[in-house]
Design a binder for this molecule. Structure first.
Ligand SMILES: [Zn+2]
Length: 356
């Protein structure tokens, strides 16, 4: 039953993942973080190695790079541990809860208000500048919530002037100027950033070939899994990705994706930590609600973080909207995402096992 793969909180997701890892004889490695979860529980990035630890071909999956998106990613990883079969020289490495704090607190960002998928920039270089975001920061996070009709109208008017794509880019491509703002990339590498690099160093430096499926939710049509190309090379590597995962693979560089080009994605780490490997990867992004509703839920979530004095009723409404937005409580949606998740994993295993 697909619905049984989905858990109501981080604590149960983690327990289910760890239990399944043990039950199927996979190795478990735990990287504990020095923060506590929303229920007072321990938080950790857990790594399951299913198959030979010295395999030269590895399928890597990651969940909860954006914390609250981890309900879906964790469910797929747990289901794959139960059902995925791979050839002798292929291992599957599942990194569970890359951002455990955000997962536990049902936030997309981490303990530092950082969007991890904008945190993998080179901090020796000047920080990227997002001047459009600077223009709208105060409009996105007004003093009171919800915004007034006048405040909504002002932002709508600017969206008319800019166009939706420019507005989406302004808000979501990443910004490095407002540490309490939306889609903040961070002023330095976060715990999850450093720990994820450690995971790659510990478990993937033997691999000569790596396929990576990074699991996300919240963008695109409800229940549709968009396969977004997540590599630097749009030549040979894109061809290989199309061969493995199908011609429908989209790219932020060509504008065929629902997503926009972003600064500091987590995929940068694989080039730096595993330069020995041929890497082919996608983000598998499952749609939930329309973009405007997603952005509103995120604005409310950030507003709440800035306003601990908010009334209980509003607090609950904001948390509930975040969960609805990133983890729809619908068995049909859950079935759709599981089917597409397991299909993408099987395609990757097949691609890795192809003779060369
Ligand atoms: Zn995401």
């Amino acid at each position: 039953m697909t619905t049984e793969l989905f858990s109501p909180n981080y604590l149960e997701s983690r327990a289910r993942f760890v239990q399944t890892t043990r039950a199927c004889g996979a190795q478990l490695h735990t990287y504990t973080m020095p923060w506590q979860g929303a229920l007072g529980e321990d938080l950790a990035m857990d790594v399951a190695i299913h198959g030979p630890a010295d395999a030269s071909r590895v399928l890597l999956t990651t969940s909860a790079v954006h914390g609250v998106e981890g309900f879906c990613g964790s469910a797929i990883q747990t289901g794959l541990l139960q059902s995925l079969l791979s050839p002798p020289d292929v291992a599957v490495v599942h990194v569970h809860a890359v951002n455990p704090h955000g997962f536990s607190h049902a936030r997309r960002v981490n303990e530092d208000n950082v969007d991890l998928n904008r945190n993998f920039i080179d901090y020796n270089q000047p920080l990227p500048v997002n001047s459009d975001y600077a223009q709208i920061h105060a409009m996105l996070l007004p003093e009171h919530w919800p915004p007034t009709p006048e405040q909504f109208a002002k932002l709508d008017a600017l969206t008319q002037t800019w166009g939706m794509r420019r507005m989406q880019r302004a808000i979501t491509s990443g910004q490095y100027q407002f540490p309490q703002g939306l889609w903040f990339g961070g002023f330095g590498p976060t715990w999850s950033h450093r720990t994820f690099r450690q995971v790659l160093q510990d478990h993937l430096t033997q691999a000569s070939e790596i396929a990576w499926i990074d699991l996300h939710t919240g963008l695109g049509p409800h229940g549709h899994g968009e396969r977004i190309f997540a590599c630097n090379d749009t030549g040979e590597t894109l061809q290989r990705a199309r061969q493995w995962w199908g011609p429908e693979i989209t790219s932020v560089d060509t504008g065929t994706s629902q997503s926009v080009p972003l600064s500091g994605p987590i995929q940068m780490a694989i080039y730096e930590e595993c330069p020995q490997a041929q890497y082919t990867g996608i983000c598998l992004e499952f749609g939930t609600l329309p973009l405007s509703q997603m952005i509103l839920a995120m604005r409310a979530d950030h507003w709440l973080a800035l306003h601990p004095e908010a009334q209980t009723e509003l607090r609950h409404a904001v948390r509930s909207d975040m969960l609805q937005a990133f983890n729809p409580p619908s068995p049909a949606w859950q079935e759709q995402v599981w089917q597409q998740g397991v299909q993408a994993a099987r395609q990757a295993i097949h691609g890795l096992a192809l003779p060369r």
